[in-house]
Ligand binder design. Structure first.
Ligand code: KG4
Ligand code: ZN
Length: 341
């Protein structure tokens, strides 16, 4: 049966709602971005993010239903990100989802944001995922490698960042280069005009003994570089900085593949929208293994990925009904839901 799931995402700075049929057919995906609100502060201000979600969620819900040509009664269940994320932002989304589910007597599906990032590939590639899969999440808050077992039933954490996430490195690097927030797209655009080999920024933790990442040294190295009288263009600096992040991600992914047997690789999260990273991963891996990266519109936070993950959980009957809603709490904790070995 093709269920219709409404997905609500508000864990960070995007208020996004989507309606997805059968886990892959996106009937509507509407996002209210908050870049204009946070830009002047050079990063996300949590209190402003929560307030903006409170303002945006209702109009975004109305627009989403209108675009899908559905009334809320025609939806089978409501999925919402309840972890991890900014606490205030999560509270707004979870409260809205509870109210909607309670008023319409629909099941409520709590979704882990990180599982949802990985599930975004189902919006296009469902038939192609072969298990076990290696999952690489690269976002503003996380940089982690997971082993994913059959049908998203079990995730084993293999490595994660010891300090900054890849997206955080882009955002901090951009700030140092006086580029606007979010830093990823800004650095990526500037890098198009630069030479990626101009500056040899460090690639941390090269050893095969760990699948952890580290990006804070790269940021410090950029700070130190900018203090010198370097005479290098900002485009060259941006391209070299981006190259260092890309190399670190490719290296650890390859090391993970050498350690164990996998039948596909799934890459997801906001940073997977980066053209150079997509290109380098593709060049390094496609001849060896099936590489799945979501379409650009599903890389950064979106409601469709929440609905896609919601569909998987709905089929497994992992949802709450009626009075069970009271037990649903938002959580800032990172781990994938009860499945990390
Ligand atoms: O997944 P996401 O939307 O939110 C989190 O779950 O954190 O990721 C946001 C991050 C930001 O750090 C942003 O700078 C980065 O993704 N990002 C990019 C690109 N687009 C977004 N980083 C590099 N290149 C891009 N094109
Ligand atoms: Zn995200």
């Amino acid at each position: 049966m093709n269920s219709i799931i409404l997905g609500i995402e508000s864990s960070c700075d995007e208020s996004s709602l989507a309606i997805v049929r059968g886990g892959r057919e996106v009937l509507a995906n509407v996002t209210a971005r908050q870049e204009e609100v946070h830009k002047r502060w050079g990063g996300i201000v949590p209190e402003l993010a929560s307030r903006k979600h409170a303002e945006s969620l209702l109009p975004v819900t109305e627009l989403c239903l209108e675009q899908a040509g559905l009334s809320v009664d025609m939806v089978d269940a409501i999925a919402v990100t309840n972890r991890p994320g900014l606490m205030g932002s999560l509270i707004v989304g979870v409260s809205a989802a509870k109210a909607l589910a309670y008023a319409t007597k629909k099941p409520l599906i709590p979704v882990n944001h990180l599982e949802a990032h990985l599930a975004s590939v189902f919006l296009e590639f469902e038939g192609d995922i072969a298990y076990p899969a290696l999952g690489l999440i690269i976002s503003g808050g996380h940089t982690s490698l997971y082993r994913i077992e059959q049908d998203f039933l079990k995730f084993t954490l293999l490595g994660h960042t010891r300090d900054d996430a890849a997206g955080e490195a882009f955002d901090k690097g951009a700030r140092l280069l006086d580029l606007p927030y979010p830093g990823g797209p800004a650095i990526s655009n500037l890098a198009l005009k630069g030479d990626a080999n101009a500056i040899d920024f460090p690639r941390a933790l090269p050893s095969k003994n760990t699948l952890d990442f580290s990006f804070s040294g790269l940021k410090t190295s950029l700070v130190n570089f900018l203090r010198t009288d370097h005479g290098q263009s900002n485009a060259d600096i941006a391209a070299s900085f981006q190259e260092a992040i890309a190399d670190a991600l490719v290296r650890k992914t390859k090391q993970a593949l050498e350690r164990d047997h996998y039948r596909s690789v799934v890459v997801a999260g906001g940073v997977s929208a980066n053209t150079r990273i997509r290109e380098k991963l593709t060049n390094a891996l496609t001849l060896k293994i099936n590489l799945l990266i979501p379409d650009l519109k599903y890389c950064t936070d979106n409601g469709a990925m929440i609905a896609a993950m919601g569909d998987i959980l709905y089929k497994r009957k992992e949802y709450l009904q009626g009075s069970e809603f009271y037990s649903l709490r938002p959580s800032a904790r990172t781990e994938l839901k009860g499945k990390v070995s």
